[in-house]
Design a protein around this ligand. Structure first.
Ligand SMILES: Cc1cc2nc3c(=O)[nH]c(=O)nc-3n(C[C@H](O)[C@H](O)[C@H](O)COP(=O)(O)OP(=O)(O)OC[C@H]3O[C@@H](n4cnc5c(N)ncnc54)[C@H](O)[C@@H]3O)c2cc1C
Length: 368
């Protein structure tokens, strides 16, 4: 059996590793358009129990990645300069480049070497393979070669992904206002000397601030001024930190023929719930299990993969959509006083009701 995996992000690398490990007789080829070690973004967070989902199926990768993660147990919401700590909501984070390096190490341990600088541009599905895995991200090229019933809906807010050398104690959500309007930053440390700093603003603020006419350096300088208190004299760092609108990708079908969508190519989950990377890796686990069970019956495996996984994904996506919708209206929520605002924030995905919160975050609830 021959498999082509397009894209060496978390979904592609991890699926290729698991597939080769589980099905050693398969020929597995991974192609990636970018050069080796070039990637966008800074860190990624894993919510809830970090990499616990790996512990049972893949203790080797769990043991490899977990020590490289930064973790903390509380979350801080800063509004009107007042920090409100929500106890018991923990996260773990890692640099995206670091994670990809570790996943590549795993892949190379099973003798599969990704081919970098090889973008797939064809308008037809690649031929000559028993299985084609589209792990080429939200803007997937492979997805355009067949009818997956794709919809892509861009959210209205703009965001740009920066880093900073300021180290934060917890994952922090900072909301501020200036003469142009309202801004939010999601920031957290992802390495001992480095934090991720994702800046977001609504479309009206973006226009008024004049970002359309600014280059990357001017944008960075402006954001440094907006978040001067949060970064406390440190600088922001850019890496292809251009403004984007978050795309909500959905597909009516996850596979057509022998081509299957994995990770962001299949669906995106708003970054405010910190689950896109975990979902991509869980996809890889589920697809490998289906392929191992159905052996050479690829259509059977792909149908089984979707039937088992879609309900789980859709539940999480409902939470991600609700969270994304909350951010789309954050200027309105900012009329609330800091503690009420923190309540609104923590309940935004509809997955945490007051009773559950009382158990998770007793200090926050008691203080409120
Ligand atoms: C601002 C922001 C913050 C985020 N924060 C978090 C977070 O904190 N936690 C989290 O879990 N997730 C986060 N995410 C989501 C996370 O980045 C994605 O869900 C995850 O990277 C999906 O993995 P993937 O492998 O499916 O896609 P990607 O990581 O996008 O990888 C796709 C790969 O395919 C390659 N490729 C594309 N087209 C081609 C082609 N034609 N030929 C060959 N190669 C190609 C790309 O170069 C890329 O390397 C965030 C996303 C954004 C935008």
């Amino acid at each position: 059996m021959q498999a082509l995996i397009v894209g060496a992000g978390p979904a592609g690398l991890y699926f290729a590793y698991l597939a080769k490990r589980q099905l050693p007789g398969w020929e597995v080829r991974v192609v990636e358009q970018n050069p080796r070690d070039s990637t966008f973004g800074f860190g990624v967070v894993f919510s809830d129990r970090a990499l616990e989902f790996l512990r049972g199926d893949d203790p080797e990768t769990f043991d490899l990645v977990t020590p490289a993660m930064e973790s903390w147990t509380n979350l801080t919401v800063v509004h009107r300069g007042v920090p409100v700590v929500i106890d018991g909501i923990g996260f773990a984070a890692i640099g995206r480049l670091k994670l990809l390096g570790l996943l590549r190490r795993q892949l190379e341990s099973v003798e599969v070497f990704p081919e970098f600088g090889k973008g797939i541009k064809e308008k037809e599905p690649p031929r000559g393979y028993d299985l084609v895995v589209a792990a080429d991200g939200a803007n997937s090229t492979i997805r355009k070669t067949a009818d997956f019933g794709t919809t892509v809906t861009a959210l209205g807010n703009k965001f740009a992904w920066f880093g900073t050398t300021r180290i934060f104690d917890t994952l922090t959500q900072t909301f501020v206002r200036n003469e142009a309007g309202t801004f939010n930053a999601h920031h957290y440390r992802h390495a001992p000397g480095m934090s991720t700093f994702v800046v977001e603003c609504d479309a009206v603020t973006w226009e008024k601030a004049g970002f359309a006419a600014m280059d990357e350096a001017a944008t960075l300088a402006y954001c440094e001024r907006v978040f001067a208190d949060a970064i406390g004299g440190h600088r922001l760092v850019s890496n292809k930190s251009i403004w984007r609108n978050f795309p909500n990708v959905r597909n009516a079908r996850w596979s057509v023929g022998n081509t299957v969508l994995l990770g962001d190519a299949q669906r995106t989950a708003h970054f405010s719930i910190g689950s896109g990377t975990r979902l991509a890796m869980e996809d890889a686990i589920a697809l490998t299990k289906a392929l191992a069970e159905f052996k050479n019956d690829i259509p059977g495996a792909l149908a089984s993969f979707e039937a088992a996984r879609r309900p789980i994904v859709e539940k999480l996506i409902a939470g991600a959509d609700a969270s994304g919708a909350w951010y789309e209206r954050f200027p309105e929520h900012m009329q609330l006083a800091p503690r009420d605002f923190a309540w609104s924030y923590i309940q935004r995905s509809g997955r945490i009701d007051p009773e559950k919160l009382r158990k998770i975050a007793p200090k926050f609830v008691a203080g409120a």
